[in-house]
Design a binder for this molecule. Sequence first.
Ligand code: MRU
Length: 353
Amino acid sequence: MLPTVAWDGDVVSMVDQRKLPAKEVYVRCRTAQEVARAIKAMVIRGAPAIGVAAAMGVALGVKRSTAHGTKQLTAEFFKICDLLASTRPTAVNLFWAIERMKRVFSAAVQAGASVEELKARLEAEAARIHDEDVESCRAIGRHGATIVPEQARVLTHCNAGALATAGYGTALGVIRGAVEVGRRVEVFADETRPFLQGARLTAWELIRDGIPTTVIADSMAGSLMQHGRVDLVVVGADRIAANGDVANKIGTYSLAVLAREHSVPFYVAAPLSTVDLASPDGASIPIEERNQRELTHVGSQRLAAAGASVWNPAFDITPAAYVSGIVTEHGIARPPYATSLRALIEQRTPALT
Ligand code: MRU
């Protein structure tokens, strides 16, 4: 399995996703600040992977602290949490993971843990978050396999694969799960402008797994569906509101509308850590706007005419009404999502809360 992000002694190492597939280069972060910079710059991206990296960043920052007492360490801990929380606003897994680290830290402080014990507890919690994410993705794959026809042409957007998680993937987890039980799957990967997660990362991952993959420009999805060449759309999510509205990579909403028009099932695959019951609907989800340069340039080469203004939202909201089902590690939520998502969260095992 691809080592998306790993705790490597006193270093958090991650494959540099800006450079794939041309180069497989690893970035080694030695401080929480370096982890925060890596998340912001999209060395690592994808909601669950961002959460895992942030948890490791917190553990790393605290491990490197020279604080002698719990009081000083506590002040540093909360600063590190704030720094990591300021990196990307939409992926709720980031805040979920930091919240878990805070709960473990506070409980240990209350129990009278020493500085060394606190460091060890945080390191163990970050490792748990990592391992649980892999398990969740595998479970998403098992549940998701049931929605994939015997012979399926699946369209996906962005990269919701091993690279976007601790391993295996969510949307690509569904595809992998289906292949593992013998379905014959062919994938169409939207190139996913402007960062090209589909063309660069999804296609790379799937081809490595021997799954036939065709890259299309985002603007080709409608025509592909019109020609009856898509049986199923599966995408990931950065945040799912309590009512089932889904924030995911910009362009997801257009796909959902097209899928409805062409009667193609549209599924979202995500761990329950992506469900945010505190966001009542999509309108309450903050949408990250990124640097104009992502749109105007490819590498150092300017493509867009100088002087044009640029709008570069990284995500959009797909209303729940377009979503056929949400595949989670605990089963598939169906409309109405306000009740089905809550029910899945309530039955979640304590280890995953
Ligand atoms: O900007 P990115 O690359 O972090 O956006 C990623 C996505 O939109 C993914 O679809 C989502 O995070 C789910 S990843 C399992």
